[in-house]
Design a protein around this ligand. Structure first.
Ligand code: UDP
Ligand code: MG
Length: 363
């Protein structure tokens, strides 16, 4: 191999991906300074933040060949999180803080963090240290091979309740059989991706967001990296049953019309059942000469059918509800304050998030 080609191959970010020309190629060509953005959604994470910050600083200091920024999103926390984040931002200009006006949800927080991050490589990571930030070495190593999306896949999940593990495997089973998105099993929202992917993702503004599904369908060169998940460093899960259920229904309803199709199958099934019942009634009447049996069976059947009809209506109503909410075109999130971020640089996003003018004026 000629020394020139060898030198070319040793430059990790010069390697051209072998697929579509487009954005990605320009990106690899023009990129000379490597910036990494950590996107960290935080909801009532005061107990873990100091330790989390200490660990990402150690990681960033160890990789002086890269420039780091930490985009923290305070998702309407009600504990000391906002103050802690502001303190971090005051002494460290790498820390960029977005304060949501209220709790909008994990997926919206990640979206905002992505909107306002300026890195060439973006890593979305939970604040609770279940996902070790030290894995950046392995992530960068994989990226150097030309991958655009790296899904971090959990090998082990110590410290999770039995209920969480069972509901999670039920969720993956459902996604596989009902949902259409080919999501990577046992991967959460710990993932790394390049700027072209971020740009593409930025165009997906749907309200009911399931980032894992969107990332799975977006294309580019994707791969997985396995890791052992740690237990939560402190505090409790911010995903109660209600939020988990919402995420699962977003995942299924946003990526699949199967629930609508089941209605058709249900009606075929019921039609067949009523046919069988009709035959039985005729046999009873003409062959067995059994007269009217009373109305119990009628009532049972009526309630049964009404239940089915209502069930089907509720599925349709859920989809219509989503069309209604999407039609309102409300912003996905809106900010209360921001620190260390010049929001004017992100003017197109600023408009969408309806940032109030006094924030834009830096007051
Ligand atoms: N989170 C958030 N908004 C929410 C719920 C959670 O920003 O409404 C953040 C939370 O602070 C954490 C991440 O999302 O950084 C994942 O939450 P958690 O660790 O509680 O979820 P689990 O790991 O238990 O599924
Ligand atoms: Mg967690």
């Amino acid at each position: 191999m000629s020394p020139r080609i060898q030198a070319e191959q040793n430059k990790p970010y010069r390697r051209k991906p072998v697929y579509p020309p487009c954005l990605a190629e320009d990106f690899w060509e023009t990129m000379n300074k490597k910036n990494v953005s950590y996107v960290i959604p935080c909801y009532n994470e005061a107990a873990v933040l100091p330790e989390f910050y200490r660990r990402i600083c150690t990681v960033a200091d160890a990789r002086s060949d890269y420039e780091f920024e930490f985009v923290f999103i305070n998702d309407g926390s009600r504990d000391e999180t906002p103050q802690l984040l502001n303190e971090i931002a005051d002494k460290d200009s790498r820390a960029k803080i977005l304060h949501f006006a209220r709790n909008m949800g994990h997926q919206e927080a990640i979206t905002a963090g992505m909107d306002f991050s300026s890195g060439d490589i973006i890593v979305t990571i939970d604040a609770d240290l279940q996902d070790p930030p030290e894995l950046i070495d392995e992530i960068l190593e994989k990226m150097a091979h030309g991958y655009d999306v790296i899904h971090m896949q959990r090998r082990k999940r110590p410290g999770e309740s039995r209920f969480k593990l069972a509901s999670s495997s039920a969720f993956y089973w459902l996604m596989k059989h009902v949902g259409n998105a080919r999501i990577v099993e046992n991967s959460g929202d710990f993932r790394a991706f390049t700027r072209p992917v971020l740009k593409a993702m930025g165009q997906f503004r749907e309200k009911h967001r399931f980032m894992r599904g969107l990332f799975a369908m977006i294309g580019f060169r994707q791969t997985t990296l396995q890791y052992d998940r740690d237990p939560r460093f402190a505090g409790q899960t911010k995903y109660p049953l209600r939020k988990m259920f919402r995420l699962a229904s977003n995942a299924i309803l946003s990526f699949s019309a199967t629930p609508l199709h089941t209605i058709a199958w249900l009606s075929v099934l019921l039609w067949f059942a009523s046919l069988v019942y009709l035959v039985k009634a005729l046999v009873d009447h003409f062959l067995l000469e059994i007269t009217v049996q009373g109305w119990t069976s009628i009532v049972i059947l009526m309630t049964f059918y009404t239940g089915i009809v209502l069930f089907c209506l509720s599925i349709i109503a859920t989809y219509i509800g989503r069309i209604f909410e999407q039609g309102q075109r409300r912003p996905l999130y809106w900010l209360y304050d921001a620190k260390n971020i010049d929001l004017r640089e992100f003017s197109d996003i600023s408009r969408e998030t309806r940032i109030s003018s006094n924030i834009l004026d830096g007051k």
